[in-house]
Design a protein around this ligand. Structure first.
Ligand SMILES: NC(=O)c1ccc[n+]([C@@H]2O[C@H](COP(=O)([O-])OP(=O)(O)OC[C@H]3O[C@@H](n4cnc5c(N)ncnc54)[C@H](O)[C@@H]3O)[C@@H](O)[C@H]2O)c1
Length: 268
């Protein structure tokens, strides 16, 4: 199988390392805004080849993995899907744009390919997925983050919320997933993932708490419905390379590739 990774940062480089060790994977093209990142990966891993864009390799690959930004999803998802290539998306927040989400789903159907959205930094999407077959009454996600993980968020600057030197946990957002994803585009992709799995962006409630007393990104998912209740906690270690991103997010992408190339899906 040949793969193209868009974005060679923390998640992209972690995936590239894992793919190097998977015998099913033949070639890994990598595309990044910064050529030196791709060059470094190509020096480190034999299977990695730099590519300046997706268009020049899309016909050669079987799977395109986006691990860059929401803007990159907008730019490259149609290119992959129009060419009939399977697509994995990490910057899931891009799908808050309902027209874009519908277009991507239609392109996947027309061109007989698939869109994969890994569980990312969250636990419980399997149960939520099963529960969504029946009636769901409530989906709430409470995310606790160290203030460093919320650095440079424009929404917080606009609201004049200063997290420097806070001593106690502070709720910085409480509202619908749609707004959470728009206001925290690099911090709360999991809100998009659970919205797409469960009740949609408008009916999924998100609370974001900046907590100076934690070092992990904690996601608490609560689902209530006719099936009963689910409560899941993920206490994620942040990546050293990018404190906004949890290590589990990269692992979930690798686990999804293993599912794709394997013949057995457990917990699907
Ligand atoms: N689904 C989840 O649960 C989850 C969890 C964590 C992070 N994420 C998202 O995954 C994405 C990657 O995270 P990361 O920690 O690896 O980020 P990162 O900043 O470490 O790496 C992103 C890389 O993408 C590159 N890039 C940006 N725009 C590009 C473009 N248009 N074309 C090519 N390359 C581009 C950057 O130069 C950078 O090297 C982010 O959008 C992040 O918000 C999702």
């Amino acid at each position: 199988m040949k793969v193209c990774i868009i974005g060679g940062g923390f998640i992209g480089s972690t995936i590239a390392k894992a793919l190097e060790e998977m015998e099913e994977i033949e070639t890994v093209f990598v595309l990044d805004k910064y050529e030196d990142r791709v060059k470094k990966l190509a020096e480190e891993y034999k299977k990695v080849s730099p590519t300046p864009d997706l268009a020049s390799v899309v016909e050669k690959v079987d799977l395109v993995i986006e691990s860059a930004t929401q803007a990159a999803v907008k730019e490259y998802a149609p290119v992959a899907l129009e060419s009939g290539k399977d697509l994995m998306v990490l910057s899931v927040g891009a799908f808050v744009d309902q027209n874009f989400w519908t277009r991507c789903k239609e392109l996947a159907k027309e061109n007989d390919c698939r869109i994969y959205i890994p569980s990312g930094a969250i636990c419980g999407t399997d149960g939520l997925h099963a529960a969504s077959v029946g009636r769901i009454d409530e989906v709430i996600l409470i995310s606790y983050k160290p203030p460093s993980a919320l650095k440079d968020v424009e929404y917080l600057k606009k609201k004049k919320i200063d997290l420097d030197g806070i001593e106690r946990a502070k709720v910085v957002f409480d509202g619908h997933a749609e707004d959470a994803v728009r206001y925290f585009p690099r911090n709360i992709n999991v809100a998009a993932t659970i919205s797409l799995t469960g009740k949609g962006f408008e009916k999924t409630r998100i609370r974001i708490v900046a907590d100076p007393n934690i070092k992990r990104n904690i996601h608490r998912l609560i689902v209530k419905g006719e099936f009963g209740e689910i409560e899941c906690n993920a206490r994620n270690l942040p990546s050293r390379k990018n404190p906004r991103t949890s290590v589990l997010a990269a692992l979930s992408a690798i686990a999804t590739v293993k599912k794709i190339v394997g013949n057995v899906w457990v917990g699907a």
